[in-house]
Write a protein that binds this ligand. Structure first.
Ligand code: HDD
Length: 690
């Protein structure tokens, strides 16, 4: 360590634009009106014909342009992530609401006036890069905070618990859940033998499976899911005092999910459903907002709970350890280039800043190794921190040198520490000057490969989750088991799953056991009675904001009603979209005009949150079929439906009037506000199917 007058003197002015400004230096200039060159800057006179010996002759080696172009193309891919291969990311900023100084010295959590740039990548875990968004799966929710003290990565998921307690089992889980190795089938799903075999051999996964079978595994939008840091971390304050902490992201729009059948259909109709939703909404200026919450436990209370706070298969019930909301993240900007930013971003839970530290959670400890290791395969180089999206916004100096694709031109002849030749630069600094020092936890134990007794209860919190679900949520879990385990060919595995989950709840297990050809349990079940309202989506925030609403009209539609609906929807922050049998302008009976940007051929009801059908004078049998199909599908997926004029006839033909969430414009009653309220309610899960 060495004194220096002002260690911050090289640090640039830090603000929410710091990352954007840094990226600007790497953005390519526009191609427009530019001559084409090789990568060496040589202008080219031809790019469509390779150099041949005669017009019908072989291509010849002189063609350096062909070779450069083809070689670059041949090497355009990097290995996809071994898990979380399919993802989508956006830029934004984070602000803390109040100083967290009593708990942590992390600079980005001190001053409500400071906005920290962030980059967030959402992902599915199992499917390959080209798979679908709406698979039943865990969603990744990884945030890189570009703080003035270096990058802090909160590598989270949308479930608060994980599949296992010890990271050494992670490769086994992933081998079991990925497509089976002999035929690489099935893609992006857990519904196959090897996964459920693994589950039945690892009872610690029971709680996670309850989440995976629940609606949380098919989110309506990345903007409508919670995020959880899962592992237990530490906050450390200036005095060196530590607290255990768990991190939460709470979506301002609430937590909402698709219906299972809908998710399956969307997977085919629009595999990009979730990424398109984020991309379109950010382009429309509908920022995605999440509040940051923390659960804090004092070190002295480490053993106060009926679960081990270091066990990643357990959550800390919010009713027992309240989530304190401490800040807000706003995603407000799409990427310029998917590969450069979304594909090349590299997260690592070990990227922390002073004031945040690890716990001995054995899952976290394993993660601290795996991420850096995997980035070296993905990038083929330890220099991935130099890629623009990964660079910290604060300066960085050390003696690490060379390696594939090194970008920095380090000057001078000294690359060793300590040195006298360069006045021992770069030098280490004290904690007071911002130097990171690990929390000095006292650790004392035998080297042992074992599970602590405090990690051995696998079913109580699975039952807590079950108890906390509303009736429709419970039914969805049962249906998910019926589908997922029903796909398993091995009768023995299916029975072992029934036996395992009878330890959670007998009624739940009996409800799916029969349909999957297994013997239902006669007794068993956890006797936990507690429930946690925070776990049910029935208790989440409701809002019509950003909801996509299909408005179905033909020529001569009811101008007054449709205009009133469009105005009211827009005022409520929803996104009305006109559907018709043809694209282009459609004129109403009062000469008003709307632009149909979708037809019955280009879009299906699954692309929308709600449907309003008016009709129009030119609505013929063909139109009738398209509109009816939209309404029927929306109905089956529990979505709000409104109808006026011809729409009412179609509603009647489908036998839908008087159903829950169906709003009819009869006798000039105000049907607009009830429809908007219905949209805010998201879905009518209790609706009876006709
Ligand atoms: Fe992991 C990626 C989240 C356990 C090993 N993980 C990855 C991503 C997320 C998570 C969001 C995608 C990051 C991105 O968008 O690039 N992982 C989690 C959470 C876990 C968890 C919340 C449980 C608390 N992970 C976990 C374990 C291991 C890994 C136990 C291995 C010991 N995870 C990886 C990885 C990945 C990864 C292989 C693949 C790509 C990458 O790291 O960058 O290293």
């Amino acid at each position: 360590m060495k004194d220096k007058k002002n260690i911050n003197e090289e640090e640039p002015n830090f603000n929410e634009n710091s990352k954007n400004e840094q990226l600007e230096a790497f953005r390519s200039s526009d191609n427009e009106d530019k001559p084409m060159t090789t990568n060496q800057g040589l202008k080219m006179s031809e790019d469509e014909f390779s150099l041949k010996a005669g017009e019908r002759g072989p291509t010849i080696m002189d063609d350096f342009h062909f070779r450069e172009k083809m070689t670059h193309f041949d090497n355009e891919r990097i290995p996809e992530r071994v898990v979380h291969a399919r993802g989508f990311a956006a830029h934004g900023e984070f602000e803390v609401y109040e100083s967290m100084k009593p708990y942590t010295k992390a600079k980005f959590l001190q001053d409500p006036n400071v906005k920290t740039p962030v980059f967030v990548r959402f992902s599915t875990v199992v499917g390959f890069r080209g798979s679908k968004d709406t698979a039943r799966d865990v969603r990744g929710f990884a945030t890189k905070f570009y703080t003035e003290e270096g990058n802090y990565d909160l590598v989270a998921n949308n479930f608060p618990v994980f599949f296992m307690q010890d990271a050494i089992k992670f490769p086994d889980l992933v081998h079991a859940i990925k497509p089976e190795p002999d035929n690489e089938i099935p893609q992006a799903t857990a519904a196959h033998d090897t996964f459920w075999d693994w589950v039945s051999q690892n009872q610690e996964t029971a709680h996670m499976i309850m989440w995976l079978m629940s609606d949380r595994a098919i989110p309506r939008s990345f903007r409508m899911m919670e995020g959880f840091g899962v592992n237990t971390f530490r906050f450390v304050n200036e005095e060196g005092k530590a607290h255990f902490v768990k991190f939460h992201w709470k979506p301002v729009l609430g937590v909402h999910s698709l219906a299972w059948e809908e998710a399956e259909i969307v997977g085919g109709a629009d595999p990009d459903f979730n990424r398109r939703d984020l991309w379109d909404n950010l382009n429309l200026g509908n920022n995605a907002e999440f509040e940051l919450g923390v659960q804090i436990i004092e070190e002295k209370d480490e053993f106060k709970f009926d679960f081990d706070i270091l066990d990643a298969t357990k959550l800390w019930p919010e009713e027992d350890v309240p989530v304190r909301i401490i800040g807000k993240m706003t995603l407000n900007r799409n990427v310029d280039n998917f590969f450069a930013e979304t594909e090349q971003v590299a997260f690592h839970p070990a990227n922390i800043v002073p004031g945040i530290d690890f716990s001995n959670d054995p899952l976290l400890q394993g993660r601290l190794f795996s991420y850096l290791d995997t980035q070296i395969l993905r990038f083929g180089s330890p220099n991935h921190h130099e890629v623009p999206i990964n660079r910290p916004v604060c300066p960085f100096f050390n003696n690490q040198r060379d390696g594939f694709m090194r970008q920095t031109v380090n000057k001078g002849n000294v690359a060793h520490h300590r040195n006298a030749l360069a006045n021992s630069s770069p030098y280490t600094v004290s904690e007071e000057e911002g130097g990171f020092a690990h929390y000095q936890e006292k650790v004392d134990g035998h080297k042992i490969r074992a599970r602590s007794d405090s990690f051995k209860d696998h079913f109580s919190q699975a039952k807590l989750f079950w108890n906390s679900m509303s009736a429709p949520e419970k039914q969805h879990i049962i249906d998910a088991f019926r589908f997922e385990v029903g796909k398993v060919k091995s009768k023995d595995v299916r029975q072992r799953i029934v036996d395992m989950f009878s330890n959670v709840d007998v009624d739940m297990t009996a409800a799916f056991a029969k349909t999957i050809g297994s013997t239902p349990p006669s007794s068993g079940g956890s006797n936990v009675k507690k429930h946690s309202p925070a776990l049910s989506q029935a208790n989440t925030t409701k809002s019509a904001m950003t909801r996509k609403v299909a408005i179905i009209v033909a020529e001569g539609y009811d101008g007054q009603k449709v205009e009133a609906m469009i105005d009211a929807l827009s005022a409520a922050g929803a996104e009305p979209r006109i559907i018709s049998d043809v694209l282009g302008p459609i004129t109403g009976n009062n000469d008003s005009q709307v632009e149909a940007k979708h037809t019955f051929q280009t879009d299906a009801s699954v692309a929308f949150d709600a449907v309003y059908v008016d009709g129009g004078q030119t609505a013929d049998a063909w139109f009738d079929r398209g509109a009816s199909k939209f309404m029927k599908q929306a109905f089956e997926h529990f979505k709000p439906i409104a109808a006026s004029n011809e729409g009412l006839n179609w509603l009647k033909n489908l036998n839908l009037p008087d159903s829950l969430g169906v709003v009819e414009a009869n006798n000039d009653t105000d049907f607009v506000q009830p429809f908007i309220d219905a949209i805010a309610a998201h879905r009518f899960w209790e609706r009876k199917m006709v």
